[in-house]
Design a protein around this ligand. Structure first.
Ligand code: ATP
Ligand code: LTN
Length: 332
């Protein structure tokens, strides 16, 4: 029996964060045996905002090293760099011709990111979700494990798939579904618990990066903004800071928020911060060591990536061919 396809990706714009790990990477690993998996680093998406070329290249390898360090097995899953598979850009162009300005204008990520750009907003920031739709639809993907902030983009992908399928035949694209963890789908900033923990935050103490030292992780949790009052309760509206720490613990230990709250009766915020930090250190420090190890063997990474890109191209080409044929392009 053939397995369904699961696919996801991250932008190599900075070192991945605890949010990336809990919201996305952890679930890739959890589900990798049940699906035919495709994971890549989206360098084409990254240049929708300016990047330093030297850093971009390094971070691209770093992203792949992180996948491996988290437990993605290159024998089971296809790993590659998005720009190594030109079909992504090709299908993106086609889909751009079927996407509507109005629907792209509604994307909250576009609104947030374009607001930071001043007068000259790169057009790629606007069409970003169409490239993501191409990423997903090229491989007849069934499941897309991402954080909550990407849900709207997966929904747009579904709308595009439906539009194309009704124009050109229902078997053109598989309808993808998002997989978003109930707890940890939106890990919050340690300095502003009403905002998403982001790898592009200018305040380094707001974000735990996967390459942070154990000491730095402990310091960031010690300084984490909590809430007024003293009671440890799971209530995202009234107690966003405390609830964020509980959610992080829950995602990493598998205990429910209620069990965690029960274990803190009579204790203080300080205890919660220190113990959350320890749980995070336990989860992250082996990943950090593995990433360092993987980054030292560039030849091995390149070998994995070449093989991944070859496999991906073969799959992607099948879908692209079908699309070109149905829309009326002459065969090449
Ligand atoms: P930024 O944080 O700068 O906006 P991003 O969200 O574009 O970056 P990526 O590294 O491309 O970050 O995201 C990779 C994956 O991690 C996506 O599936 C995203 O939803 C998820 N993710 C990122 N931050 C969080 C978070 N704070 N909580 C849950 N999931 C997250
Ligand atoms: N937009 C995503 C990254 C991304 C992605 C994808 C995720 C690009 N293509 C395909 C899942 C499937 C983000 O995290 N910023």
């Amino acid at each position: 029996m053939t397995k369904s396809v699961m696919l996801s990706a991250i932008q190599p714009t900075n070192v991945p964060t605890l949010g990336t790990y809990i919201g996305a990477l952890k679930n890739w690993v959890k589900l990798q045996d049940q699906y035919d998996c495709i994971f890549f680093a989206v360098d084409l998406h990254s240049i929708t905002v300016r990047q330093d070329p030297v850093k971009l290249r390094e971070l691209t390898y770093h992203a792949i090293a992180t996948y491996l360090a988290c437990g993605i097995d290159p024998e089971k899953s296809t790993l590659f760099i998005q720009s190594h598979v030109p079909q992504h850009a090709e299908l993106a162009w086609v889909l751009t011709c079927y996407a509507y300005m109005g629907e792209l204008n509604r994307m909250t990520q576009f609104k947030d990111k374009s607001a930071k750009q001043g007068a000259n907003i790169p057009a790629g920031l606007f069409t970003y979700p169409v490239l993501m739709a191409a990423d997903i639809l090229l491989y007849q993907t069934k499941l897309v494990p991402v954080g909550g902030d990407q849900k709207q983009h997966v929904e747009l992908t579904r709308d595009l798939a439906e539009r194309m399928n009704s124009l050109y035949g229902g078997d053109l694209f598989t309808m993808p579904e998002p997989y978003i963890p109930k707890i940890g789908g939106r890990v919050m900033s340690l300095q502003n618990p009403t905002a998403k923990m982001s790898k592009s935050d200018t305040d380094a103490s707001a974000t735990v990066y996967l390459d942070d030292s154990d000491d730095s992780i402990r310091k960031k949790f010690k300084r984490a903004v909590t809430d007024s009052g003293t009671e440890i309760a799971y209530d995202e509206t009234q107690k966003p800071g405390v609830s964020n720490l509980i959610a992080i613990q829950s995602a990493l230990t598998g205990q429910t928020p209620e069990q965690i709250v029960a274990s803190y009766v009579g204790k203080q915020y300080g205890h919660l911060k220190v113990e959350t930090a320890e749980i995070v250190v336990q989860a992250i420090s082996p990943i950090r060591t593995q990433v360092e190890h993987r980054m030292k063997d560039r030849a091995e990474l390149e070998k994995i990536l070449r093989r991944g890109a070859e496999r991906a191209q073969a799959q992607a080409e099948k879908t692209l061919k079908k699309v070109y044929d149905r829309i009326g392009f002459a065969p090449r």
